[in-house]
Design a protein around this ligand. Structure first.
Ligand code: ADP
Length: 244
């Protein structure tokens, strides 16, 4: 949507996508936790060329004090794209888009964080997109959820996220920047699979009712795969600690 220049072919004669993936295939995924020495919890998540680092601090005394709640921890989130993360240098100052995404990402995580256990504190999430190739908000949710778990913050579930799109009339999983720019629709979804809750659902572009239903189940299938990798990543860390 809103692509610049002439539209490239998104679906090839053999039914594969411009990068060789099948319509229901995720990009190659890498996840790692504990990547930052100075954060209470951290994670690095990569979906193809989209690369994100998330850092979590807290629960800690809420600053400034007036934001504190006597009932729960205040969850704060800052999503930021590094100036070198995009094709054209992005201004380092927070844009309207980054302010909006910070809120959307926080709201995607809030339902799983047991904030009531830590009154008068804040839990701060800092997200830095170091390489952007589509799907940075969903990669950020996936990374932030891992970083919260790495910080030992009690959660009801992990949240995993992915965007489904429509490219040359075909529903495709985990769209990259080209498919986002030149496709007909972009639908980011986040879910807490064990809680059976969807915590983020946005739709940019147009889908028919049936495409929406099909797209949602494609997203949830992808989320299931991502959730498995998140759990493996956490388990591997604990196994390593035990073996030390
Ligand atoms: P998402 O990253 O969650 O898909 P958008 O749909 O807003 O969010 O952006 C799609 C892609 O467009 C981003 O992943 C990034 O690759 C690119 N992009 C977004 N904002 C900028 C920007 N300010 N400068 C250059 N590229 C950008």
């Amino acid at each position: 949507m809103g692509g610049k220049g002439e539209k490239p072919k998104l679906i090839m004669e053999d039914g594969k996508r411009h990068d060789g993936r099948l319509p229901d295939e995720l990009r190659p995924i890498k996840m790692e936790i504990g990547v930052l020495k100075n954060a209470d919890g951290s994670a690095y998540v990569e979906f193809g060329k989209t690369r994100v680092v998330a850092a979590v601090y807290g629960p800690r005394e809420a600053q400034p004090k007036h934001i504190a709640s006597p009932y729960r921890a205040v969850l704060r989130c800052r999503y930021h794209m590094a100036p070198f993360s995009t094709d054209e240098r992005k201004s380092p100052a927070p844009s309207r888009r980054e302010i909006e995404l910070s809120k959307v990402i926080r709201e995607a995580l809030e339902p799983v964080v047991m904030t009531e256990m830590f009154p008068r504190t804040s839990i701060d999430i800092f997200i830095e997109v170091i390489s952007a190739d589509g799907g940075t908000r969903t990669t950020s949710v996936t990374a932030a959820s891992l970083a919260l778990a790495d910080a030992g913050i009690p959660m009801k579930d992990l949240v995993a996220a992915v965007a489904v799109g429509k490219a040359d009339g075909v529903l495709v999983l985990d769209i990259d920047q080209v498919e986002d720019n030149y496709g007909e629709a972009d639908m980011p979804v986040a879910a807490a699979p064990s809680l059976n809750e969807i915590t983020l659902l946005q739709l940019n572009g147009v889908l028919s009712m049936n495409e929406f239903k099909e797209g949602l189940s494609l997203a949830l299938k992808g989320i299931g795969e991502i959730y498995k990798i998140q759990k493996e990543t956490l388990k591997n860390k604990y196994l390593q600690v035990e073996g030390e």
